[in-house]
Design a protein around this ligand. Sequence first.
Ligand SMILES: CC(C)(COP(=O)(O)OP(=O)(O)OC[C@H]1O[C@@H](n2cnc3c(N)ncnc32)[C@H](O)[C@@H]1OP(=O)(O)O)[C@@H](O)C(=O)NCCC(=O)NCCS
Length: 173
Amino acid sequence: MMKTDRITLRPWLDTDAKTLYQYASDPEVGPRAGWPPHRSEEESLEFIHTVFNNPTTWAIVWNETGEPIGAMGYGPSCDCSLPAREGEPTVGYWIAKPYWGQGICTEALQLMIEHIRQTTHIKSLISGHFIDNPASGRVMEKCGFIPTGETAFDSKLYRGAGKPISVLRLTIQ
Ligand SMILES: CC(C)(COP(=O)(O)OP(=O)(O)OC[C@H]1O[C@@H](n2cnc3c(N)ncnc32)[C@H](O)[C@@H]1OP(=O)(O)O)[C@@H](O)C(=O)NCCC(=O)NCCS
């Protein structure tokens, strides 16, 4: 578990399904990250049991209320055509819309990077964002990621076909 005054990163729980559905069904959220809005609480629970069920994906919990307000994670699998180096993990995240613009994602990504520094030998991380989603690029830049200047054209992500993606990399000292 990782914690700041405002947020905690902890594993997803079955009891998060209702709130996850509330926030991840928002059409303003998933499509910007390349995934479709959740369609039911049952589907959200299924995500908790599958996509989120691994040791490097966390719920971002708002300490004041205890509710999950987003997700942060990294992992080896990348189905988005990013030009990752051998074994280089990909980073992904989202924040519930009511919480945008308060520095929360930056805080959560910084927490995860520090955790990676302290607990792994990972040398770099890669991520990307649709170029029409500059807020995500800003989050990465604030955490030290450098634009590589490369662009990948994704075909698998939801509404991603043919959309340019800016690629950024963080070198971990
Ligand atoms: C992208 C996202 C994670 C950002 O979360 P957040 O908690 O609002 O991010 P932060 O507040 O830490 O930082 C956002 C930064 O983007 C900037 N920003 C916001 N909208 C912007 C825009 N249209 N153009 C440029 N910068 C923008 C903010 O000003 C802020 O930068 P600053 O601190 O220098 O002012 C959130 O909007 C989200 O979940 N979007 C939908 C899913 C998604 O895009 N996931 C990432 C997929 S790659």
